[in-house]
Design a protein around this ligand. Structure first.
Ligand SMILES: *Cc1c(COP(=O)(O)O)cnc(C)c1O
Length: 358
C-alpha cells in the first residue's frame, strides 16, 4: 500500500511536458529564440564558480537593482523561482481552504493549479467574445470569500490586453482587502498607445492591495534559469518571505537577472522584431481566413474550439509544435522569421485551410 495522499489532488491533472524532439520548430512555450547576451553568459559562468555556496536567500542585490530600475523601494520587491512560484506564494499568504481565488478563463494554466494546491476554491469568469478580460463580470463575481484575483495582462494564452482606464476602473471597484495580482509576464510586448497602456507598478503605487508579477523568462530570455519578481506593498512582500521555499532562486539565476537588467535596453530592443513578426503572422492568418485574437504578447491565439487538437496534430506531423488547449484554441508562439514561415506555410495549405480556417 502506498502512503495516503490528499484526495483533492485528484482534481489537478498531472503535468504533461510539451512535446519536443530534435529538429522540431518549437512554437509552444512562449520562449525567446535568442540565447543570452555575452555579458549575461559571463555573469552566469562567474556565478557557477561559487556553486558550492548557497545563494542569497533574499536576492538582495537583484531586489535592489530591480527597485532602482522601477523607482520603488527594495521593501516593495521580492524575487521568486519564476513568477509562477510567486503565484503559489501569493495564494499561500492569502487563502486557507474554502477561500476563493477569482480569475478569467481561459487564462494562465498555473492559476488553477496553485489555487487547488492551497485547498482554495477557483471561481472563473469567461473571457468576452473578443477573448479579452471581462472586468465588470469579474468584479461582479467577488464574494465574501474572495481573497485573491489574478488578472493576466496581456492574457496567456489569448494575447489580449486591457488598457489603463479599464483596469483603473476595475481596481477602484475591488474592495481594498482583496489582493489583486496583475500578472505582466508579457508587458514588454505591449504596443497599445502609451497613454492607454496599463503599467501595474504605476497603478499599484496608490493601491496597497495590488501586486505586480514580472519575469525574466520571456522578453529577458532566461526561461531556463527560473527567476521572476513581485512588486507590491511592503507588508505583502514581507509575507511572501514567510512562505518562500528557501534558496529557491539560485545563485546563477540571480546573477543572470542582474546582468540582464544591466543590458535592459538591448534586450527590450529585441522585442520590436518579435512584435513585427507577430503582426506579420497575424495578418497572414487573417488574410487566409483564420480567426485570430488581437495580440499584445509574443504569441497569437486561434480560437479553433474542438478543432484545436487536430490543428496542432496536423502541424506536429510536419515538425512544427504549437500549443493546443483542447476544446478551446491554439496558442502559437512567435519564433524566428523562418520558423514563422514554416508555420504559415503549413497553416495555409489547402487541406489545412479547408479544415481550420473560418
Ligand atoms: C510565462 C508566464 C509566467 C512566468 O513564468 P516564470 O515562472 O517566471 O517562468 C507568468 N505568468 C504568465 C501568464 C506566463 O505566461
Amino acid at each position: 500500500m502506498t502512503a495516503r495522499i490528499r484526495e483533492d489532488l485528484e482534481s489537478i491533472p498531472p503535468y504533461v511536458p510539451g512535446r519536443n524532439f530534435p529538429g522540431a520548430i518549437k512554437l509552444a512555450s512562449n520562449e525567446t529564440t535568442l540565447g543570452p547576451l555575452p555579458s549575461v553568459s559571463k555573469a552566469i559562468a562567474e556565478a557557477v564558480e561559487s556553486a558550492n555556496r548557497y545563494p542569497d536567500n533574499g536576492s538582495v542585490e537583484l531586489v535592489t537593482a530591480l527597485a532602482d530600475s522601477l523607482g520603488v523601494a527594495p521593501e516593495n520587491v521580492a524575487a521568486g523561482c519564476g513568477s509562477v512560484a510567486i503565484c503559489q506564494e501569493l495564494v499561500a499568504i492569502t487563502c486557507v481552504p474554502g477561500d476563493e481565488v477569482l480569475y478569467a478563463w481561459r487564462a494562465f494554466e498555473a492559476y488553477p493549479v496553485v489555487t487547488k494546491v492551497a485547498g482554495a476554491t477557483e471561481v472563473t469568469v469567461p473571457l468576452d467574445a473578443d477573448h479579452v478580460h471581462d472586468l465588470d463580470a469579474i468584479a461582479a463575481a467577488i464574494t465574501p470569500r474572495t481573497r485573491l484575483i489574478f488578472v493576466c495582462n496581456p492574457n496567456n494564452p489569448t494575447g489580449t490586453a486591457v488598457g489603463r482606464r479599464a483596469l483603473e476602473r476595475f481596481l477602484d471597484s475591488v474592495p481594498a482587502e482583496i489582493l489583486v495580482v496583475l500578472d505582466e509576464a508579457y508587458l514588454e510586448y505591449v504596443r497599445i498607445p502609451v497613454e492607454d497602456r496599463a503599467d501595474g507598478v504605476e497603478l499599484g503605487r496608490s493601491r496597497p492591495n495590488v501586486v505586480v508579477l514580472r519575469t525574466f523568462s520571456k522578453a529577458y530570455g532566461l526561461a531556463g534559469l527560473r527567476v521572476g519578481y513581485a512588486v507590491g506593498d511592503p507588508e505583502i512582500i514581507r509575507s511572501l518571505s514567510k512562505v518562500h521555499v528557501p534558496f529557491s532562486v539560485s545563485r546563477v539565476a540571480q546573477a543572470a537577472a542582474i546582468a540582464s537588467l544591466e543590458a535592459q535596453a538591448e534586450l527590450l530592443d529585441r522585442t520590436d522584431a518579435v512584435v513585427a513578426e507577430r503582426n506579420r503572422v497575424r495578418t497572414a492568418l487573417l488574410d487566409a481566413g483564420y480567426l485570430v485574437a488581437e495580440s499584445e504578447a509574443n504569441f497569437v491565439w486561434l480560437p479553433l474550439g474542438d478543432r484545436a487538437v487536430p490543428f496542432a496534430t496536423l502541424l506536429a506531423q510536419s515538425d512544427v509544435l504549437v500549443r493546443p488547449f483542447a476544446g478551446d484554441g491554439v496558442r502559437v508562439t512567435i519564433g524566428d522569421p523562418h520558423e514563422n514561415d514554416a508555420f504559415l506555410t503549413l497553416a495555409t495549405k489547402p487541406d489545412a485551410l479547408a479544415a481550420f480556417s473560418g
